[in-house]
Design a protein. Structure first.
Ligand code: ATP
Length: 374
């Protein structure tokens, strides 16, 4: 690979190609070598992929900062910005879909090609027409719905899974389209998109975001992403129900997620409560809900291990049999232990219910249940 040329094309903030590329990993995908950046480095995002054979660069999706208070969070983050757009933040699996040598591939955040999401994206989106017209663009999308290998969040009107496009960027520079152009482009190709709650000056966006968050919270949905109209700056804010959901997940598998994961969710909820709990009774209710989200799932898990039941996240996936087989190989390559619980055919699709076995939580819980010490 011509490392110096790619260092320049990626606009890395170092003159030394070795310094950038020592963090690239080589992976072979369908006969081509993918060079993948495994950690953010010199202004280049984690998950950036270079496929020299096809002369394709797919920049990693940037990390979105988070505000913990809407006021003055929004105004201070968007100081100097004229217009802000408030979009729904969906709880799903992030992929970047890019055409590599004419073949659309769905890249995960860390730069792997997910065979299942690739197959679903090809089936659900008219990628051929899109990449014919825009070969250098990347669709940044969320795979959502109750039947995916990664998340299980329900969305009204989605029985199995679907794809929502929330960003369209230039593959090589990572430059986003403006929100209005991107939304129009997605409409033209009939791509599903996240809901848009409105656009306004930052000072007025606070009210739009607060109302959106109240509705989303009541519906058990994740939150919002606020974007400058040009798509360049983004910031996220999430609902209390999302914080509880993530805590419940983390405590249902208590030794899988790190301590930072649970601490950060509690901090988010504390700020949300400090800003929005209307009175002491409401605050006490929030405390109660938070406590339940922590204790109930963990006790359920301890009891499952005690009676020898398997623990770990359950997922259902449906689709082409070969794509599902490739998915299980892909998950096993990520060092996950997969246990198939049900495998059937429905209308020509293979439908598989499986569990990502939580070995370390199971073993630690067993140890304590047997009277082991910490
Ligand atoms: P990071 O902190 O790096 O952004 P994370 O994995 O903690 O990453 P999240 O907290 O889930 O990410 O928030 C960012 C993700 O939200 C995006 O990567 C994208 O997958 C998802 N997302 C959902 N809806 C939207 C939207 N409307 N606009 C932008 N991103 C969205």
């Amino acid at each position: 690979m011509d490392r110096d040329a790619y260092r320049e094309r990626l606009a890395a903030t170092t003159d030394d190609p070795a310094d950038l590329f020592e963090h690239f990993e080589e992976r072979s995908v369908a006969g081509r070598t993918h060079h993948v950046l495994t950690a953010a480095r010199h202004g280049v995002e984690r998950g950036t992929v270079v496929v020299e054979d096809a002369d394709v660069v797919v920049r990693g999706y940037p990390s979105i900062p988070r505000i913990l208070v809407l006021e003055p969070g929004i105004e201070s983050f968007f100081a100097g910005t004229e217009t802000v757009v408030v979009e729904e933040k969906l709880d799903g699996f992030n992929v970047r879909i890019a055409a590599v040598g004419g073949e659309p591939l769905a890249f995960t955040r860390s730069g792997y090609v997910c065979p299942y999401t690739t197959a679903r994206a090809r089936a659900l989106l008219d990628l051929e027409s899109f990449f014919d017209a825009h070969p250098d663009r990347v669709l940044c999308a969320e795979l959502i719905g109750p039947e995916t290998p990664y998340t299980t969040t329900d969305y009204e009107g989605i029985d199995s899974h679907d794809i929502r496009v929330f960003d369209v960027r230039d593959g090589e520079s990572g430059e986003p389209m403006s929100v209005a152009d991107r939304r129009a482009l997605c409409r033209a190709f009939d791509f599903g998109q996240p809901r848009c709650f409105g656009r306004a000056a930052p000072s007025d966006a606070v009210e739009i975001a607060a109302a959106a968050i109240a509705d989303l919270d009541a519906a058990g949905r994740e939150g919002v992403v606020l974007k400058s109209a040009d798509g360049e700056s983004m910031v996220k804010y999430t609902t209390a129900s999302q914080h509880r959901e993530e805590l419940a997940y983390a405590f249902s598998l208590p030794f899988e997620c790190g301590r930072d994961f649970v601490f950060s969710r509690i901090v988010r909820e504390a700020f949300r409560a400090a800003e929005f709990a209307e009175n002491d009774d409401r605050l006490r209710e929030r405390a109660h809900d938070l406590g339940e989200a922590i204790l109930l799932p963990m006790v359920a898990t301890i009891r499952s291990v005690a009676v020898g039941k398997p623990i770990g996240q359950r997922h259902t996936v449906r689709g082409d049999p070969d794509a599902l087989e490739a998915l299980f190989d892909h998950l096993r390559e990520q060092s996950l232990t997969i246990e198939i619980e049900a495998d059937r055919r429905e209308d020509g699709d293979r439908v598989v219910a499986f569990r990502k076995v939580a070995d370390s939580s199971r073993d630690r819980i067993r140890h304590y249940l047997d009277g082991g010490t910490r």
